[in-house]
Design a protein around this ligand. Structure first.
Ligand SMILES: C[S@@+](CC[C@H](N)C(=O)[O-])C[C@H]1O[C@@H](n2cnc3c(N)ncnc32)[C@H](O)[C@@H]1O
Length: 275
């Protein structure tokens, strides 16, 4: 069995390169979810904001426009390729400081009005300690708004491709309970308990549902599913012939309507730093 790699190694491997290459497409596909996150986070002019696991920068850049020139964004990630893409993108509004650091332990200045994350908080070794670190980066009364995936079965944009791939490739070992992974916070009560345990008050967890437009046709949608997200991980390290068969099965499983749309289900968790 190969040694498990750390999340920092993982997001600096070909995975980070792949996400970087898919940045524009990914931001287009996730746009309805991003809009729900920004509405929930409600960044206001002049506020200082943290973006946790900012990746290629979409949420930091969009929020910077709302915060305006008197605001400020600190955007943190462990992935060098994704941060390099973020830094290279045109920015306006609040100045953005991009930092390569582990958000679980980084000593954030306790001055932020808001911390948000689009799918960047499910990969911590110790989620409660990590959220306590993030909370300490907020001033008293500062707000948290994070978007996480609900269960795999509630996310056809992943499960349709995954079920098709699993007709060809072996089932992966299950993620240990509480271990890092995209569905770490599928359980609503578990997510609320982690945030409360990290010292947050007024914790609320609300469902966000959207139809994602994965591509203009089945080929394009299949390519998207095979390039980002959990299905890509299933095909890594397989020999080429098996990978090709799995990819063909995924493309064949995509709906025939054009454009191809499949559902996504998230939790939007909001909370306040009481002290
Ligand atoms: C699923 S991606 C989401 C990226 C971006 N927020 C987006 O929506 O496109 C998860 C991100 O979290 C980052 N990440 C994972 N663990 C982290 C940690 N401990 N500290 C900072 N960033 C982390 C990864 O490098 C990656 O960029």
């Amino acid at each position: 069995m190969p040694e498990p790699i750390s999340q920092t190694e993982y997001w600096n491997s070909e995975v980070g390169e792949r996400w970087t290459a898919m940045q524009a497409e990914l931001d287009r596909v996730f746009a309805p979810l991003t809009a729900a996150l920004l509405d929930g986070a409600a960044p206001r002019p002049g506020e200082r904001m943290l973006d946790i696991g900012c990746g290629c920068g979409e949420t930091a850049l969009l929020a910077a426009g709302r915060l305006g020139p008197d605001g400020g964004v600190t955007a943190v990630d462990v992935s060098r390729p994704m941060l390099a893409r973020a830094r290279a993108r045109p920015a306006s509004g609040a100045p953005i400081t991009w930092i390569e650091a582990d958000a679980q332990t980084h000593p954030f200045a306790p001055e932020h009005d808001l911390a948000l994350s689009r799918f960047g908080v499910m990969f911590f070794d110790d989620s409660r300690a990590a959220f306590a670190t993030i909370r300490r980066g907020l001033r008293p009364g500062g707000r948290l708004a994070v978007l996480c995936w609900r269960a795999l079965q509630e996310n056809p944009w992943v499960s349709v491709a995954r079920d098709a791939a699993l007709g060809v490739v072996p089932e992966p070992a299950p993620v240990p309970p509480g271990g890092p992974g995209p569905f770490r916070f599928a359980d609503r009560d578990g997510l609320a308990a982690v945030l409360a345990g990290a010292g947050f008050a007024d914790v609320a967890v609300a469902p966000v549902d959207a139809l994602l437009t994965l591509g203009d046709d089945a080929d394009e949608a299949g390519r998207f599913c095979l390039t980002v997200g959990p299905v890509a991980g299933l095909l890594r390290d397989l020999d080429e012939a098996l990978r090709d068969r799995a990819a063909a099965a995924v493309r064949a499983a995509m709906p025939r309507e054009r454009p191809v749309r499949l559902g996504a289900a998230c939790w939007l968790a909001t909370a306040v730093n009481p002290a």
